[in-house]
Design a protein around this ligand. Sequence first.
Ligand code: BDR
Ligand code: CA
Length: 362
Amino acid sequence: PTPLWLDCDPGHDDAFAILIAAHHPSLNLLGISTIHGNASLEKTTTNAGSVLEAIGKPNIPVYPGSHKPFSRPALHAPDIHGESGLDGTDLLPKATRPPVTDKNAILAMRDALLAQPKGTPWVVATGTLTNIALLFATFPEVVEHIQGLSIMGGAIGEGFTDAPMSRLAGEKSRIGNVTPWAEFNFYCDPESSESIFSNPVLASKTAIMALDLTHQVLASQAIQTRILHGSIHSTEEPTILRQILHALLTFFAATYEKAFGLTTGPPLHDPLAVAAILSTLNPAFANKHPNQALVFDDKGGERFALSIVTDGQHGKDVSITGQLGRSVATPIDGPGVAIPRGVDLDAFWNMVLQCVQLADDC
Ligand code: BDR
Ligand code: CA
């Protein structure tokens, strides 16, 4: 299995990213670090422990990371994820294993990654990028050592895809989900985001799952039913885990409808960053498992120079003129960031449902 470290801010879609990372038979989840984002660090850490307990993987260690960006206050998203960061169900268990606090999260990531053979481990980031920026700035040897970095974040726009959901609620001028231009994870800590993409060696190993892609991956009613019952036809009482996952999606669907008028189901952003490791974006996996690899559309290896706008203050100028946190992607010949434009949706959902079944069986 491919080793990976997951940095996350659970978070409804982060919870599904954890489930896939922990249960997919081709992945070996080394550990989780948590980050401020959808809710405070304290809450995202509690939520990560609860999710691991619920999915039957309580022994995967959770390390609390950064409370805030270096140069800005932390922002949260209670309108999307509720006050706890993971609202919608009372069935989530408490973690039986407390978060690890006798070792710093950044050191834990470094040690776990360097303990794997060179060129094998992946880092997956589904939250604000403060921890990830610290990791690579503090320990540059980790840049050389990893196989890849997969990030959920950013919004490209300008006809990047033809997908109808790439713009929320059909507003043509709006490509972001927190301002007209900016996606939440990059907006929360634009300086950390920029520090990653301005490192050419790291950028050449990085793939980002931008909103243009993730807004195509909607957890429709039919998907929600399959998550609850395993199949559309089952008449059995759903297990507690399936009830939890279904309740999380129901809550997430309701907040997306309220915030964005979206009635076709919420985008399941974060699992795509894990799925990238199991896909054609990861040649090491795709060459070894040609029949299993998910097909992402990266236009035959298209690469970009990416920069993140860091001018501006949170909450100031959130109109169309405000650019803070915007992702500016320029196609380049040669090494750069991969930004897939599409994914085989059926294969993606089948993979998610397979992992839910594995979690349910364990
Ligand atoms: C991202 O922001 C968070 O609210 C989600 O968990 C996801 O990582 C989408 O913009
Ligand atoms: Ca997230």
